[in-house]
Design a binder for this molecule. Sequence first.
Ligand SMILES: Nc1nc2c(c(=O)[nH]1)N[C@H]1C(S)=C(S)[C@@H](COP(=O)(O)O)O[C@H]1N2
Ligand SMILES: [Mo]
Length: 433
Amino acid sequence: MAKRNPVPILKFYRDHPGGPEAAEKELFGRIAHADRRGFLKNIGLAAVGTLVGAAIPFHRNMPIGLIPAALADAQVTDGKDGLTLLNDRPLNAETPPHFLDDAVTPTSRHFVRNNGVPPVDVDPSIWKLTVDGLVDTPLSLSINNLRKNFEVVSRNLVIECGGNGRAMFNPPARGNQWTYGAVGCSNWTGVRLRDVLRAAGVKDSAIYTAHEGADGHLSGKEGKMPLSRGMPINKAMDDANLIAFGQNGGDIHPMNGAPLRLVVPGWPGSCSQKWLTRIWLRDQVHDGAKMTGTSYRVPKYPVAPGSKVPTEDFEIIEAMPVKSLITSPANGSQTAARTFEVRGHAWAGDTVVDTVDVSYDFGATWQPASLDKPSNKGAWQQWRTTVALPEAGYYEIWVRATDANGRMQPFAIDWNPKGYLNNSFHRIAVTTT
Ligand SMILES: Nc1nc2c(c(=O)[nH]1)N[C@H]1C(S)=C(S)[C@@H](COP(=O)(O)O)O[C@H]1N2
Ligand SMILES: [Mo]
């Protein structure tokens, strides 16, 4: 049986005769529009049919809110390739590690993490970024203004979701069940956040940034933001941070924040506001959406797995911990060769990776891998080593990285209630014949 691809969600939105709002309503309104017996009304049905690419003979039996299985392993959206869909509303998709083998992550392979409904039909020529709050001169900048008035740079920068690795938490943590692939290192083009903040003139009283984007809340409530995070001024002034308008030499992918986004390497991906419209400087820690409570926060002290932690004992996640990935071979590979190259990337928040070790005997012995320096600050580092397996059979290849401060990835998860910061070893299975 050949595999066919249903219509990507984004194309469905774009081609809809009633415009994107109508597409949204038609697609997801079917939940609200189901009649009292729970059957879909025709309006929603047509939309789902379009999306799966065929009429649905047994549509009357479809439960309310059922997400067609065809979408689960379909192309996630236009221009993405090989990603695993974790959720379709909001759209969340990760990249299997063997699809992250390139030193620079292609746009088609960069993961997608949305908290709300992305803006559609964005027009870069009229996009405006406001920089205001505790600044000497509030700014309103077009993308052209950014290009003309500031130095334009391109950098390879890691974005990793704070919840990457959540799927391995036991007891489980609620949220997207990311395994290993909520991370990528694209080549981003833009201007330095620092240069723009300096042009506005940061007042002494400013201690924290607040970021706003153009995406909508899932509830549809006007003016309610799905995510608005910030960072201390010191981190904001790091010269690695970009206000980006390009990805890998082309446009930013619509799901990765086109036409304008922040890229803040080393810190949780949530600091890298997509569809960026405003940077507001404040004299207090920002209290926007997903800044408070237990969002992107972990207990201040180690806690036993499954324990309840009072909210006041949580602190905001800052730099991400040291981590590594095996991108070749793929997990579950079978090979006749017993000697082959193992390779991947390693990265370490605000610092660099110092060593990478590989084991094929369940951690009894480790061999050092050769490790490249980062191509620029904020990029991940490539490592490789040749393993020689002694005989035919099932092996696991484990990798562990150690950062410049001597911190090594742990074997076991440092459990926390929301499932953040899981940097335990990546391991893959290889069978030799
Ligand atoms: N406006 C906006 N920016 C956002 C988000 C969002 O939901 N809305 N998600 C954040 C999170 S949690 C992550 S991990 C990164 C992911 O970036 P990507 O989708 O380009 O991979 O974007 C961040 N920026
Ligand atoms: Mo995230």
